[in-house]
Design a protein around this ligand. Structure first.
Ligand SMILES: Cc1cc2nc3c(=O)[nH]c(=O)nc-3n(C[C@H](O)[C@H](O)[C@H](O)COP(=O)(O)OP(=O)(O)OC[C@H]3O[C@@H](n4cnc5c(N)ncnc54)[C@H](O)[C@@H]3O)c2cc1C
Length: 203
């Protein structure tokens, strides 16, 4: 974003914004997964408000990260069979997403300096994420908790810790890694959290 863009002016800070235009989450998911991407719900986050570490963006500039849900198949078909139509579809969905962003940041267009947009096939191609998923294997009852893939593989010294192994998300996969260290070493690595749990138990 241009250096004049101030996230605070739009209520954006060190957190994620989940914006559902109608407030009916089930209906919005259903409609989008059937391919209607007009005025979609959006996840909006500003990584440069979450860390002062250099390298995320040029100094005094912010980055916005925006995502939503869409079906994989239409993009897969177009990507395989009709590159021109695939590119057109990608641009069309980008515009739909920006319609929703403008609800939150009405004058965003005057600040956008660089945009990078992707589809499920983009994530599949560049990141090897099957069907462009962002949270690993589907989080349906038959695949969560004890039914998740788990950390062990057929090879004794090879373990999984990614989103499909235990829980997805950034804290999810960090926690999977910590579980695994505990599993391998037999040593607790969550001392602070344990101490807090003890406090709760005492209370
Ligand atoms: C747009 C977006 C926004 C998100 N926002 C958030 C958020 O705000 N908070 C949150 O908690 N989570 C968020 N997530 C989810 C979170 O990023 C994932 O759940 C998490 O990164 C999964 O970690 P992972 O290690 O399983 O996979 P990844 O982080 O995808 O890591 C897998 C790595 O393996 C590499 N790889 C793949 N195939 C090969 C191969 N054959 N050889 C070598 N390397 C390979 C990939 O390049 C990649 O670096 C978001 C995801 C997306 C896509």
């Amino acid at each position: 974003m241009d250096s004049r863009f101030q996230p605070e002016n739009y209520g954006i800070g060190n957190w994620n914004v989940w914006y559902y235009p109608t407030g009916d989450l089930n209906a919005e998911y259903k409609r989008q997964l059937q391919g209607d991407m007009s005025h979609p719900w959006i996840f909006l986050s500003c990584p440069t408000m979450k860390s002062n570490e250099p390298g995320i963006a040029p100094r005094r500039h912010h980055v916005l990260e925006i995502a939503t849900v869409c079906p994989y198949k239409p993009f897969e078909d177009l990507h395989k069979n009709n590159p021109k139509a695939y590119k057109a579809k990608k641009r069309e969905v980008y515009q739909h997403i920006m319609d929703s962003v403008r609800d939150l940041i009405p004058d965003i267009d005057k600040y956008v300096r660089m945009k990078v947009y992707g589809t499920p096939t983009t994530s599949e191609f560049y990141l090897g994420q099957p069907q462009g998923n962002i949270y690993g294997a589907k989080l349906v009852p038959s695949q969560i908790g004890l039914n998740r893939l788990g950390y062990h593989t057929e090879l004794p010294n090879l373990f999984f810790v990614g989103a499909s192994a235990g829980y997805p998300s950034v804290p999810g996969v960090i926690s999977n890694g910590m579980d695994l260290v505990e599993l391998i070493t037999g040593q607790p690595v969550r001392k602070k959290i344990k101490a807090r749990q003890d406090l709760v138990a005492v209370e």
